[in-house]
Design a protein around this ligand. Sequence first.
Ligand code: HEM
Length: 221
Amino acid sequence: MEIAKERTGSISHQDLLQAIIEGSKNGELGTLTEDEFIGDNCKNMFLGGYLPPALAAVWGLMLLASHPEWQDRARSEVLELKMVIQEVLRLYPAVTLATREAMQDVKLGDLQVPKGMGIWIWLLSLHRDPELWGPDADTFNPERFINGVTGACKSSQAYIPFGLGARVCPGQNLAVIELKVFFAVILSKFKFTISPNYQHSPTYGLLLEPEHGVNLLIQKI
Ligand code: HEM
């Protein structure tokens, strides 16, 4: 908050904090004070920016450790890391839900949704639906993304690890860069397999986490 206060009235910064400060002056604050608005948005950015990328990294290690053939291909750069990350986030979307509220009565397909109703978009069921992804929907196959999302899935709207629309994740490009660097460094230095002690037990609330952690056996290359 101190940094935000120092900046008030300043026009010299063009960054996220400045956008939040300006939003506090121009936006609809509801019941919040300007300070609460700035504080809440900074906390949101901190938590959103820390846990989901960390979980994506952990699930990615689990999948590559369980599939040495894909691990070797990713290491030898035959396989693009972008595809690995897309497939990790398809099978284990770190954030399980996108939520919306109907601002007016609306018809979605056969469903009549009344104004005020909360809508939970469950990413896991979209990302693993065999009708959209084919019979191998539950299989780790990064190469399904070789022709992008439209080549992998019947509907590009069904692949939304970062949400969609006006509230889409603002950190998605940063997250993909972070994950590419993370996997490139790990793959260049280590080989890893899944430990016999690993218990597969994905558990979810808003986030999809490995209940007992992910145990790996790591060997220096
Ligand atoms: C693998 C990493 C990440 C995943 C899977 C992820 C996923 C998501 C999802 C699904 C949403 C909800 C979008 C919607 O409702 O349409 C979201 C929102 C958000 N994310 Fe991320 N995220 C990731 C990384 C990050 C990073 C690195 C940051 C910040 C540096 C960040 C900040 C946020 C914020 C602030 C929101 C709320 C946006 C709003 O309500 O307008 N996320 N994220």
